[in-house]
Design a protein around this ligand. Structure first.
Ligand code: MG
Length: 300
C-alpha cells in the first residue's frame, strides 16, 4: 500500500498509487457511500480503521493515470519541524571523523537529535535547490523516515512501534560548510527546499522487514551509499523512546533516522552535489525518491 499526497487543482489530496495508476481516496470512498478524509494527516489519525476500509474499497476503485502526477511531501501540511537523528550508522561516523582528520572515533552516548523546518521539505520529483550564494558544499544523505501515528510522550521502547504509522524515505541534504561554520547542524540542514521526502508512505503493517531493509543512494546512476537499516546504532524503538522523554510526538510527525556511510563529504576528494545531478534515494519495500539538483535560488 503506497499512500501519497498529490497536487490537484483543489490543493494537496490523499491518494494511493496502485499498479494501474492513482486512486483519489476521498473520491473513491464517497462513490462507495462511505467517508474517508482527503488529507494524509487525518487519514493517519484513523489508524488501522482507515487502512481496513481502504483495503475493501480499492479493488473496485476508479483509477486515474499517474503519468503526469505531481506529488507533494507525503505529510503536506507539516506545521512543526521534522525531527532527525545524526550519527546513527557506525561507518558514517568513521568517515566523518576521517574527513575531519580526527584520530579517534567517538560514538554518541545518546541519540543525537536536530530538526528541519517545513520550509526545507520538497516532494519526489521536485528540484533540490543548490543555494550557490550561501554554500559550495551541498551533500546528500539517504535516510529511513518514521511517520508517527498515535502521538504520545514518555513512550517506552517496548511500546514505541505501536506509535509508528508507517515509513517513507528522506534525503537529509546538508551544506557541510555551513555545518562547520555555524558549529551546529541546524543551519546547514535547513536551507529552503533542500530536503526531499517521499515518494510515498508505506504503513508499517505492510512492511514487516523494514528494520533490516537495503538502503541505497545513487548520484547520476553511481551508487554512493549502500547499507541496511539494521546497521543503525540506535534502532527505531530506542529513538522514539529517547526523543519522546518530556517531548510530545504528534500524529504525522516525521523522524529521519540517520544516514549510512558513502556521503560526498567522506570521499577523497569530496564530491559535492552540482547543478543537473539526479539523486535517487531508495529503500527496499518503499520505493525510489528521485530529485534533480537545480542551480537557482528559490524565491523568498
Ligand atoms: Mg542525516
Amino acid at each position: 500500500m503506497r499512500l501519497v499526497t498529490f497536487r490537484s487543482e483543489d490543493g494537496p489530496r490523499l491518494g494511493v498509487l496502485t499498479e494501474g495508476g492513482l486512486v483519489d481516496v476521498a473520491d473513491c470512498a464517497r462513490t462507495a457511500g462511505v467517508e474517508l478524509p482527503p488529507d494524509m494527516r487525518s487519514f493517519i489519525a484513523l489508524g488501522d480503521r482507515g487502512l481496513d476500509e481502504l483495503e475493501v474499497l480499492l479493488p473496485g476503485a476508479k483509477v486515474q493515470p499517474a503519468d503526469d502526477l505531481r506529488l507533494a511531501p507525503p505529510v503536506a501540511d507539516l506545521t512543526k519541524n521534522a525531527f532527525a537523528v545524526g550519527r546513527n550508522y557506525l561507518d558514517h561516523i568513521r568517515e566523518g571523523s576521517r574527513a575531519r582528520g580526527e584520530a579517534e572515533v567517538k560514538l554518541p552516548e545518546y541519540a543525537v537529535f536536530f530538526t528541519k523546518p517545513p520550509s526545507s521539505l520538497i516532494a519526489h520529483g521536485e528540484e533540490i535547490q543548490l543555494h550557490p550564494t550561501v554554500t559550495s558544499n551541498l551533500d546528500y544523505e539517504v535516510e529511513l523516515v518514521v511517520v508517527i501515528g498515535r502521538g504520545g510522550r514518555d513512550i517506552s521502547a517496548e511500546s514505541a512501534l505501536d506509535h509508528v504509522y508507517g515509513y517513507t524515505i528522506g534525503n537529509d541534504v546538508s551544506a557541510r560548510d555551513l555545518q562547520r561554520a555555524h558549529g551546529q547542524w541546524f543551519k546547514g540542514k535547513s536551507l529552503d527546499r533542500t530536503c526531499p521526502i517521499g515518494p510515498c508512505i508505506v504503513p508499517a503493517r505492510y512492511l514487516p522487514d523494514i528494520r533490516d531493509a537495503r538502503i541505497t543512494l545513487r548520484v547520476n546512476g553511481d551508487t554512493r551509499q549502500d547499507a541496511r537499516t539494521s546497521q543503525m546504532i540506535y534502532d527505531i524503538p530506542t529513538i522514539i523512546h529517547q526523543l519522546s522523554q518530556g517531548l510530545t510526538l504528534d500524529t504525522g510527525d516525521l523522524i529521519l533516522t540517520g544516514t549510512p556511510s558513502g556521503v560526498g563529504h567522506g570521499m577523497t576528494p569530496p564530491h559535492w552535489l552540482a547543478e543537473g545531478d539526479t539523486v535517487e534515494a531508495e529503500i527496499e519495500g518503499i520505493g525510489v525518491l528521485r530529485n534533480r539538483v537545480a542551480a537557482g535560488v528559490p524565491d523568498a
